[in-house]
Design a protein around this ligand. Structure first.
Ligand SMILES: [Zn+2]
Length: 255
């Protein structure tokens, strides 16, 4: 598990550097959860939530695809688009989605599922660029049934397979040149995760990663990959990594 968290952090640092000038996406590792998702917080910072039970048995192709897909949502500004669409349809909670009329539900669903397919193809290009196999990486989707927000897993994998020929591998060469040092920092920090315990209100924008936990009961069944802000207040942090950050993690995108 620790190795998987470390891989997630490394990918996150790599993608932060490649897409966001090194501005850190805050990574929340959630214990006892399979939920994965992205959102933008009130400070405008990007957040990535990873249920540790979701990644526990993933191979490295799958792990890379999952994180690349989530960064697809961030780079393509899907958290903002989701809020726009949900406002348009008057959706405040998951419950509201089920209360939509059949016609509205179909249209809403189409918009939401479209973003998933976009993130899949975007993610697949990153996976290729990192020398992994996108179809193998997306294989964990095969068992996933369709939801209001997600197309059926078999369809998603079929779309990646069908688009494979036209996928253009993301060119990370410029990012890699400068990254070896940073990744070793991430390794050190990742190794520190279990030994730092602080309450959630100590989280600030300099925190790169945190290990958190959902309430053990009453959390209900969250569809994976649907965390876009409104559930965040439910988070209980039991451990936070907040040690002194290397300067490159505080680097702003000005310039
Ligand atoms: Zn997604």
């Amino acid at each position: 598990m620790a190795n998987h968290s470390l891989e997630v952090l490394k990918l996150s640092v790599l993608f932060d550097n490649h897409f966001f000038n090194g501005v850190p996406t805050q990574v929340h590792f959630i214990q006892n959860s399979t939920m994965v998702g992205t959102w933008i917080d009130e400070q405008g910072a990007a957040n990535l939530s990873i249920g540790l039970d979701r990644i526990k048995f993933m191979n490295s192709d799958q792990l890379v695809f999952l994180i690349a897909h989530e960064y697809g949502h961030l780079v393509l500004k899907h958290p903002d688009k989701t809020i726009e669409i949900q406002q348009q349809y008057g959706i405040v909670s998951t419950f509201d989605e089920f209360m939509l009329s059949p016609d509205m539900k179909r249209d809403y669903s189409r918009l939401m599922r479209e973003m998933e397919l976009q993130a899949d193809l975007f993610g697949a290009q990153l996976v290729l660029g990192l020398g992994h196999d996108p179809v193998s990486g997306a294989s964990f989707l095969l068992g996933e049934t369709k939801s209001i927000q997600h197309p059926e897993g078999t369809l998603r994998v079929a779309k990646i397979k069908a688009g494979e020929q036209s996928l253009v591998a993301e060119d990370f060469s410029g990012t890699f040149n400068n990254l070896a040092m940073q990744l070793s920092d991430a390794e050190v920090l990742a190794a520190l995760v279990p030994s730092y315990t602080q309450p959630i209100d100590s989280i600030d924008s300099t925190v790169k990663a945190a290990v958190e936990s959902w309430p053990a009961s009453g959390a209900g069944s969250y569809a994976g990959d649907t965390l876009y802000g409104f559930e965040v207040s439910v988070l209980l942090t039991i451990a936070v990594l907040a040690c002194a950050m290397p300067r490159w993690w505080r680097k702003t995108s000005v310039g």
